[in-house]
Write a protein that binds this ligand. Structure first.
Ligand code: FES
Ligand code: FES
Length: 154
């Protein structure tokens, strides 16, 4: 199939197979390697990207579902070389250890903050429930998202 979609606001047109995973298209075809593969079966969240404003596991999305869609990856968060508020908050709160889960965490949190700019801690925990961190860095990650959601409190 000829797949046409937008990735990080840039039009993309590639020939691919309908069953090819979005994760592989991003990493292998478009060389956007910020998106990580952990489990490959939808259980770890390392591969999370935003697809038409919804956080999804890119390891579970086949090319057949991507025609005309808008995909955003962690590479699209910075603007003109400047990290986003959320990325900066992760750095400031020490929310990154090995960093493997970080792109997925950022994209899940970004999707949450867009639909709900001021989530509660419980809402943040729920939104990040599908993202696993092997370094058990959950507390600073939650604090980082909270600091963006409620800057006067943190
Ligand atoms: S690699 Fe996609 S959810 Fe784990
Ligand atoms: S920082 Fe290492 S897996 Fe989360």
């Amino acid at each position: 199939m000829i797949l046409e979609m937008t990735v990080n606001e840039k039009p993309v047109r590639i020939e691919t197979h309908e069953s090819r995973r979005l994760l592989d298209i991003l990493r292998e075809d478009l060389l956007l390697t910020g998106t990580k593969e952990g489990c490959g079966v939808g259980e770890c969240g390392a591969c999370t990207v935003i697809l038409d404003d919804v956080a999804v596991n890119s390891c579970l999305v086949p090319a057949a579902q991507l025609q005309g869609t808008r995909v955003e990856t962690v590479e699209g968060l910075e603007q003109n070389g400047t990290l986003s508020r959320l990325q900066t908050a992760f750095l400031e709160k020490g929310a990154i250890q090995c960093g493997f889960c970080t792109p997925g965490m950022l994209m899940s949190a970004e999707a949450l903050l867009r639909r709900n700019p001021h989530p509660t801690e419980a809402e943040i925990r729920l939104a990040l429930a599908g993202n696993l961190c092997r370094c058990t860095g959950y507390v600073p990650i939650i604090e980082a998202v909270l600091s963006v959601a409620n800057p006067s409190v943190c």
